[in-house]
Unconditional design. Structure first.
Length: 674
């Protein structure tokens, strides 16, 4: 090695710099920014929800400095697959890009976004501008030839020789500008992009895919002991099916404790013959994996599940993770419960109410892992017995981490199982339960009775990011809730709330037979039923006059035959100049099914007003008449223009459910309606 030359010094001179060591050549950072990806829940912590054959439209802000053209792709795959599938994203306004993919199977899908500078598209755009300006293109065509040649090198199919020929043509003499701007060249080059410096979104996002019943269905709640045995419930199935219900939800069917058993109307002490609350689970006959002997056997239950399916009905089972003082867990695992300083087990309380017949579980127990495993075992036992839907009692009183774990473990084994959260609690808690895995959620619908309340609440549920993960199940009444509106509104109030629940939401439910029989007797000053079935057996006369049985069947038939009611996200409220009337449209994405619902909120007096329809959004010509067919009354009306008059008498029918029918013109110029 030669010695380094000495530095040269002289007047006004500076020491010569030593040569910097050579640095390894690395490409510069990627230029494209990807942000604002949606849907994305909790910075990617939680999945969005869809059902099989649903689409997921993904948007992202994709941009770079300068004016280069960009390309972006939406990448997706089913979780566990090795290979990604890609869909080109299309630019919208203000650097927003979008693409859509379809989820085809149960389970979990993943998606993310990649983007890069499209040098060929940028070159092509600049070439077109220079050609239009009449400038010399020789140098630009040589640049284009090099870009096409590199695309050919990336190709490994029939495009390769074709692109090489095009590169030669662009580099040669002759009128090559038109050839350079040919759409086919752009298409073939785009199939082999240079993605060596692509940007990749830093998160892989997820979609939980349920079966359709998790998003669309009509639920009927019924106490089996008021019917008799499981065999008697089987005989009741045609009644439930004729009304058009898809899910029959049964409160707990397990043995009921004797210690501190509640009496009628929640009396602190039971009298002889009082059956107790089904939610006080556990007795000498067994616990959460047993059935009450008065109802039958496990074999009788599994036969009920099978028979229900033959009627098009699924059985949903109540999942109440708590126990009576007589539950086998209390003796076998006292560490799973909270204890007072005197050593006794703490019963449930909601001051001033006391529930001495119920022991809450201690999810902070030192033996928490064994407790979690046991609760998972309980769920899997019922899954093996044919249950695929669970309505979970008070999930907001158990840890979020437990539910996230349990639901994941169950659905990993049985992806067709889903859970409904009965959590009438704070909004953020309700939403978080949905995020951690509950497919459906109870709502505040029961307490939203004015037009302003309904519009505000359902706009939140259907037109904000909440819709991506929170699926409402709109129960009109429950064994715990008989709202004042139903207590004082008479038969029309029950019809009004039914139509609202069944048409505002894709999933709704009623507690029957009290609902269809318009049972409105409540304990004084409360929302609790008088002579509640929670504490006593009730025998209902299903044939009594005034039953809503036929009306419910009609509403459910309308829901089933009109696809617009199968989703929540295409709800749009319409202006009405009467606050006692609420109107809204629901449509399918392709616009083939368009429904207008008008409901009076006054169960006592006739109401009328002018409804204004969004004709442009519905694809209707304001200059042409169109027909509306009321599917409740079978009446047909010819409307013209955006504003139409409606009148509703709650003593007759308190709602219109209109099917909008466009006018078509035949070859004979004869006007008719589909």
């Amino acid at each position: 090695m030669r010695d380094a030359a000495p530095p040269r010094h002289g007047t006004g001179s500076r020491p010569a710099r030593e040569r910097a060591p050579e640095r390894p050549t690395t490409p510069p950072p990627a230029r494209v920014v990807i942000e604002g990806v949606a849907p994305e829940i909790g910075a990617g912590r939680f999945p969005v929800k869809r059902v099989v054959r649903d689409t997921v439209t993904v948007g992202a802000d994709v941009f770079a400095e300068g004016h280069d053209r960009l390309a972006a792709v939406l990448r997706f795959r089913r979780a566990g697959e090795a290979d990604w599938r890609e869909v080109p994203m299309e630019p919208r306004e203000n650097d927003r890009w979008e693409a859509t993919f379809t989820v085809e199977q149960l389970g979990t899908y993943e998606y993310t976004v990649h983007a890069w500078v499209d040098h060929f598209a940028s070159w092509r755009s600049a070439l077109a501008k220079k050609r239009d300006a009449g400038l010399d293109l020789a140098s630009e065509l040589l640049e284009g030839a090099a870009l096409v040649r590199r695309a050919a090198e990336r190709a490994d199919d029939a495009d390769r020789p074709w692109l090489l020929d095009e590169a030669k043509a662009l580099a040669g003499s002759g009128p090559a500008a038109a050839r350079a701007l040919a759409p086919e060249l752009a298409t073939r080059v785009a199939r082999h992009p240079d993605r060596s410096r692509e940007s990749r979104y830093d998160r892989v996002l997820r979609v939980d895919v349920d079966r359709e019943r998790a998003a669309f269905g009509a639920w009927y709640e019924m106490f089996p002991r008021s019917v008799g045995t499981f065999a008697d419930v089987e005989r009741r199935l045609p009644y439930v099916a004729e009304m058009g219900f898809d899910v029959l939800y049964l409160p707990p069917i397990h043995p009921i404790g004797q210690t501190h058993r509640k009496g009628r109307n929640n009396a602190p002490a039971a009298t002889a013959g009082d059956p107790g609350s089904p939610w006080a689970i556990g007795a000498a006959e067994g616990g959460h994996d047993a059935v009450h002997p008065d109802l039958g056997t496990v074999a009788d239950f599994t036969r009920l599940v099978a028979t229900a399916r033959s009627h098009g009905i699924e059985i949903a089972l109540d999942l109440a993770f708590q126990s009576s003082p007589d539950h086998p867990w209390v003796k076998a695992h006292p560490e799973w419960f909270r204890h007072r300083p005197d050593g006794t087990i703490q019963y449930a309380e909601n001051p001033p109410k006391k529930y001495e017949d119920i022991y809450p579980l201690d999810f902070e127990s030192a033996d928490w892992r064994a407790l979690w495993d046991e609760l998972l075992r309980v769920v899997l036992v019922w899954v093996e017995r044919g249950v695929r839907i669970f309505r979970v009692d008070n999930p907001h009183t158990k840890p979020f981490a437990f539910w996230e774990w349990l639901i994941h473990e169950v659905r990993a084994r049985h992806p067709d199982v889903f859970f409904l959260a009965e959590a009438f609690t704070r909004p953020k808690v309700m939403r978080y339960l949905a995020k951690v895995g509950f497919s459906q959620s109870y709502t505040y619908f029961t307490w939203r009775n004015t037009k302003a309340e309904l519009m505000e609440y359902f706009t939140e549920l259907t037109a904000t990011p909440v819709r991506e993960y929170f699926r409402p199940n709109l129960f009109v009444n429950t064994p715990d809730i008989l709202h004042e509106y139903l207590q004082v509104g008479g038969r029309a109030a029950f019809q009004i709330r039914l139509v609202l629940a069944a048409t505002l939401g894709a999933t709704y439910g009623i507690y029957g037979p009290p609902f269809e029989l318009c049972e409105a007797r409540a304990r004084a000053g409360s929302e609790e039923y008088e002579a509640s079935e929670k504490y006593e057996v009730r025998r209902w006369d299903l044939e009594q006059p005034g039953s809503l049985r036929a009306f419910i069947a009609r509403v459910n038939d309308i829901r089933r035959t009109n696809p617009a009611f199968r989703a929540n996200d295409r709800l749009r409220f319409c202006p009405v100049d009467n606050d006692r009337l609420v109107a809204y449209v629901k449509t399918t994405p392709d616009g083939d099914d368009q429904m207008l619902v008008v409901v009076t909120l006054d169960p006592h007096h006739p109401q009328s007003g002018w409804v204004e329809l969004p004709l442009d959004a519905l694809g209707l010509d304001a200059r042409e008449p169109f027909q509306v067919h009321d599917l409740l009354s079978d009446a047909r009306y010819l409307w013209n223009g955006p504003r139409s008059y409606v009148a509703l008498d709650p003593a007759v029918v308190p709602a219109h459910v209109f099917h909008l029918r466009r006018r078509l013109r035949t070859e004979r110029d004869f006007d008719y309606f589909l």
